[in-house]
Design a protein around this ligand. Structure first.
Ligand SMILES: [Zn+2]
Ligand SMILES: [Zn+2]
Length: 397
């Protein structure tokens, strides 16, 4: 039997195990950096199949190794995230979350299940490839500083450095049975902005005695949008949004200060650093020019995510072989963030999407909502395709 056929047969043969694993993880979600039971479950599964691993790494992380023939020849890495979100699940299903207020609403249960499945397949086929597969189960994707950054600090991309890394994420916009790819810039860097504008409050009827922080803030918000429209290159997607303004005065009271919070997202690290300086300077100068002051605090989030064109083309070609060209779609830019981006600035990376939608069965909810769910027919694809992409990287040509 050809290797591709063997992968598909194993993925189909273990479908019930994949579903059971996913349902177990879904029913027992844990918040970021608290994935203790999840980690124990992963370790128990890996042990039962005879796959060696190192744990704990970065708290609750696990790094497994599957050695093929000539294991030093090349290392290729596969990554899954393990954490859930602080959301109360609203689905009425047998595998509903047993931890009230915690839910796998971003599909990380699916990612963990897929990587476990891929590991089992690759372990079974370990005589068919040269080199090694590194299995990275990381904590805390949903919470800064991001488990990926901690895993990298602990050396998961060293000794030796992998030739490439692949991660997959569920996508409820894409029907189950399909997957999506995009080369180059794919997801955004995300920074949080916390701005306090200080003036001098007083009676609203006597503006000459006050320094009005509400008006200063209004000017700052309008002016900062010029950073996006006049300073950012049109070739680099950039978004600035303020979603929170607190000016707690009254119809006849000017407050002492105003607080605003927003998000800045883009897809170029040099521009991101430059934009931080420009925004801060512009806000401070406007406040100063109007007699007030401005504290402009930027909490840096994840970097932007760059899919290596070569690796992404190869992974896409592997997906076409596995699923047929009609089931491999092109992805749009996505201005959300993902900590897989940290890996993408270290080694050749490909982050692709696993379709999980089923309109007929009403499985359409977005990630991060209380009704998010998946069509479980995506599970054998999630496991099998990941294994196949790794095999294509490590096959002897
Ligand atoms: Zn998420
Ligand atoms: Zn996610």
């Amino acid at each position: 039997m050809e290797l591709l056929e063997r992968v598909k047969v194993l993925a189909a043969q273990w479908e019930q195990d994949l579903i059971a694993n996913r349902r177990h993880l879904h029913a027992n979600p844990e918040l970021s950096f608290q994935e203790y039971q999840t980690a124990a479950f992963i370790q128990e599964r890996l042990k039962s199949w005879g796959i060696s691993f190192q744990a704990p790494v970065a708290g609750t992380g696990i790094v497994g190794t599957i050695a093929g023939k000539n294991p030093q020849k090349k290392v290729f890495a596969l990554r899954a995230d393990m954490d859930a979100l602080p959301i109360l699940e609203a689905n009425d299903v047998s595998y509903k979350s047993k931890n009230d207020g915690v839910m796998h609403a971003c599909g990380h249960d699916v990612h963990t299940t897929s990587l476990l499945g891929a590991a089992r397949i690759l372990h079974e086929l370990r005589d068919s490839f040269e080199g090694s597969v590194r299995l990275i189960f990381q904590p805390g994707e949903e919470l800064l500083p991001g488990g990926a950054s901690l895993m990298i600090k602990e050396g998961v991309l060293k000794n030796p450095e992998p030739a490439g890394i692949v991660g997959q994420h569920v996508m409820p916009l894409i029907p189950a049975g399909k997957v999506g790819f995009r080369e180059g810039m794919y997801m955004a860097s995300t920074d949080e902005l916390y701005v306090t504008v200080k003036g001098k409050g007083g009676h609203a009827a006597m503006p000459e005695q006050n320094i009005d922080p509400v008006l200063i803030t209004a000017h700052i918000i309008v002016a900062l949008q010029q950073i996006v429209s006049r300073v950012a290159s049109p070739k680099v997607p950039t978004v600035l949004s303020f979603g929170k303004i607190i000016a707690n005065g009254a119809t006849n009271v000017i407050p002492n200060e105003v607080h605003i919070e927003g998000t800045f997202r883009t897809m170029d690290e040099a521009w991101r650093a430059e934009a931080h300086k420009r925004m801060k300077k512009m806000a401070e100068c406007i406040a100063e020019g109007m007699g007030g002051e401005c504290d402009f605090d930027i909490q840096k989030g994840y970097p932007y995510l760059e899919n290596d064109p070569g690796l992404t083309q190869q992974a896409r070609a592997a997906a076409v072989e596995y699923l047929g060209a009609e089931n491999v779609v092109d992805l749009d830019l996505w201005m959300a963030a993902e900590d897989f981006s940290y890996y993408s600035h270290e080694v050749d990376s490909c982050f692709y999407r696993l379709g999980t939608r089923n309109e007929e069965r009403g499985i359409t909810s977005s990630v991060h909502t209380p009704t998010f769910d998946i069509d479980e027919t995506a599970l054998p694809i999630g496991a099998g395709l990941m294994a196949w992409i790794a095999l294509k990287q490590l096959e002897v040509k």
